[in-house]
Design a protein around this ligand. Structure first.
Ligand SMILES: Nc1ncnc2c1ncn2[C@@H]1O[C@H](COP(=O)(O)OP(=O)(O)OP(=O)(O)O)[C@@H](O)[C@H]1O
Ligand SMILES: [Mg+2]
Length: 628
């Protein structure tokens, strides 16, 4: 439902989202290079050798048949001769079948290898892409690349290339044989080849562009189906079924339009090719037949020439389609490549600026003149020159109007969004440089939208599987979520379906809060974490967050393994530094510092007591209004 302006009754084409673009012209050679580069040079050579071997075996079989026929014409039939020619023919036929089958199996293996590599690269690239990428690209575009384009790469491209090579070798062989046997046929063969090449050129360009159009037109259809499925209750409630039905129909027709054009071009080219084929067949039959009648050409050779000519007629069209299909399939590879070579987040960090081995330990946070401008967004920055500092274990309450930049501030801390200017320091280290895993594992966030996924309760809470049952139950108790797990989800091994569809938003929030409590991070951010739970539970949770509660915790905090392979610090603070983004003022009363954001700027900051006493303070006014 993300882009549908219901009130206007139209589908929004918001400028923030990228509409899928269609590339123009020939597929670049670099795309072919990218595709071929997926397999080792030796395998590439082997593809060529196997293709040639198939053609040579086939040719030898026919040649032997010719010799056999000629020998029989000259020598008459003797049993010894017959056995000799028949045995060699059988041996060649078996060799032909074996080579054909081996080539087929080999091509399938290469197809599997290339498909797997392309898919792996795409997945790796998408998982390491910055969040901006997902903000800018609607799900339909990404799903289209992962489904339709991947399937083209898996099923079509490799076999098209392999068959093209085999056909090309076979065509050249056939043409050489025919023209070598009967030179005058060249008068017709050469212009026919030029005609085939011209037809191919006429066919390839529109087919390629139409395929691009088809791929581009598929994304909006995928998007609207996904939106309609996820928003079905809202669509029904608003009575917008007809509007969605019309839009689905409209997008499906748009998707099919290029397909009809494609079929039209395919049929037209088939007629041209067939006509050329008839000319070739006529010429070869005429000249070789005349040679055979005159006795200047052995009858067997004439027969094989005519068979090859028939083959050229049938295969040429297939050959041209293979060539086109390669170009068309390469469009899919071009699209996969585009998403497989995204600039990743700074995953490994900057090695020269690597933080100390046990960083971070204290959990001090410092924002220095941080400004954030979202990619693709126009207008004012989401954060402007935000500066504040938090000592180890301090609690900061962040308030502000909707859209004032509270969640953006949390995202900057996690390097989900990079500051356009300024810097964020965690224990004195600029968060722009450490390896992402180290940075993010040292912090926990309960986001505004609670996120659970398909799996057991344990998997949802303890993502890396490194906490004991005691620790998990302790975290659940502190989040007041233990009753949900015992009564609704049947314990830690109970299943969470979908993205927690069987739970209310408030219940999901409580489980996410338990997850944050469990990971014992140095810095914890609660972004409207309890906005959907009732005031009583909300109060209890904020008591849990407060420092005194740790001492009352029923179990000793469990720490992770002393040192992990990526050097994550093993010592966890009993009292993390906490940032609480809240609408309910009661939940931030006990914080050490309050930060009021207004249109991305720090409007005021200070202790709750100091702000309450200061005249004209926004916080004091809000508290007063709240009391009313
Ligand atoms: N991905 C994005 N791309 C472009 N602009 C964005 C993006 N996310 C947020 N913004 C804009 O940045 C500004 C701050 O958004 P943010 O989500 O930080 O507000 P917030 O204070 O958390 O609001 P709320 O109280 O509603 O959660 C808003 O104007 C918003 O429209
Ligand atoms: Mg927010």
């Amino acid at each position: 439902m993300e882009r549908i302006a219901i009130s206007k009754g139209v589908f929004d084409t918001s400028s923030t989202f990228k509409v899928e673009t269609k590339k123009e012209g020939n597929v670049k050679m670099a795309v072919y290079g990218y595709f071929i580069g997926q397999i080792h040079l030796m395998l590439r050579l082997l593809v060529l050798i196997m293709s040639c071997l198939t053609v040579v075996c086939n040719f030898l079989l026919r040649l032997w048949l010719t010799r056999w026929v000629n020998a029989q014409q000259l020598l008459g039939s003797s049993t010894a001769e017959f056995s000799f020619y028949a045995s060699v023919y059988c041996a060649l036929a078996v060799a032909n079948t074996v080579v054909d089958s081996a080539t087929d199996i080999f091509f399938r293996m290469v197809q599997y290898l290339i498909g797997t590599r392309l898919h792996r690269k795409l997945i790796q690239s998408l998982f390491r892409a910055p969040m901006d990428f997902f903000n800018l690209h609607p799900t339909g575009i990404i799903l289209n690349r992962l489904s339709s384009d991947t399937s083209t790469a898996d099923l079509g491209t490799t076999l098209s290339v392999a068959n093209f090579i085999t056909d090309a070798v076979q065509m050249v062989g056939s043409l050489l044989f025919i023209s070598g046997s009967c030179l005058p046929t060249l008068v017709f063969l050469l212009p026919a080849c030029v005609g085939y090449a011209a037809a191919q050129l006429l066919y390839v360009a529109p087919s390629r562009d139409l395929d691009r159009l088809m791929s581009k037109a598929r994304s909006p259809t995928v998007s609207i189906f996904k939106e309609a499925m996820s928003g079905a209750p809202f669509i029904r409630a608003a009575g917008l079924q007809q509007m969605f039905e019309n839009e689905c129909g409209h997008r499906t027709i748009n998707e099919l339009r290029p397909l009809y054009m494609f079929l039209f071009i395919q049929e037209t080219s088939a007629i041209i090719m067939d006509t050329l084929g008839v000319v070739v067949l006529f010429a070869v039959t005429f000249f070789t037949g005349r040679g055979a009648i005159k006795g200047s050409l052995p009858a067997g050779v004439a027969a094989i020439s005519i068979t090859y000519a028939q083959q050229i007629c049938m295969k040429m069209m297939w050959f041209v389609r293979q060539a086109t299909s390669i170009e068309v399939n390469m469009v899919g590879i071009e699209r996969l490549r585009e998403f497989s070579e995204l600039t990743p987040e700074l995953w490994e960090g900057v090695v020269e600026q690597a933080p100390p081995p046990r960083w971070p330990q204290a959990g001090t946070v410092r924002f220095e003149n941080v400004t954030v401008h979202y990619k693709g967004a126009t207008g004012e920055p989401a954060l402007k020159n935000v500066t504040f500092a938090l000592e180890s274990g301090q609690h900061l309450g962040i308030i502000g109007r909707t859209g004032s930049g509270k969640s953006t501030l949390a995202k900057v801390l996690f390097r989900i969004v990079m500051p356009t200017a300024g810097r964020v320091l965690l224990d004195g280290v600029d968060t722009a440089y450490p390896p992402l895993t180290r940075l993010r594992r040292s912090m926990a966030m309960v986001a505004q939208d609670p996120t659970l996924f398909e799996g057991t309760v344990r998997e949802n809470l303890d993502l890396l599987g490194c906490f004991s049952d005691v620790a998990i139950w302790d975290a659940l108790r502190r989040a007041h979520a233990h009753n949900i797990v015992t009564e609704r989800l049947r314990g830690l091994e109970g299943a969470i379906t979908g993205s927690g569809d069987q739970l209310s938003v408030g219940e999901k929030q409580l489980l996410c809060i338990a997850r944050a409590f469990l990971c014992k991070a140095q810095v914890v951010v609660f972004d409207e974490a309890s906005s959907s739970v009732d005031a009583h539970i909300g109060k209890l949770i904020h008591q849990s967050i407060s420092r005194n509660n740790d001492a009352n915790s029923s179990t000793t905090p469990v720490t992770r393994a002393s040192s992990t392979s990526d050097g994550i610090s093993s010592s966890f603070l009993d009292h993390p530094t906490v940032l609480i983004i809240a609408h309910r003022l009661s939940s931030i009363n006990a914080c050490d510092t309050i930060l009021v954001l207004d249109s991305g700027q720090v409007r005021e900051t200070g202790s709750p007591q100091a702000l309450l006493q200061s005249s004209g303070s926004v916080f004091a006014n809000m508290m007063a209004a709240n009391a009313l």
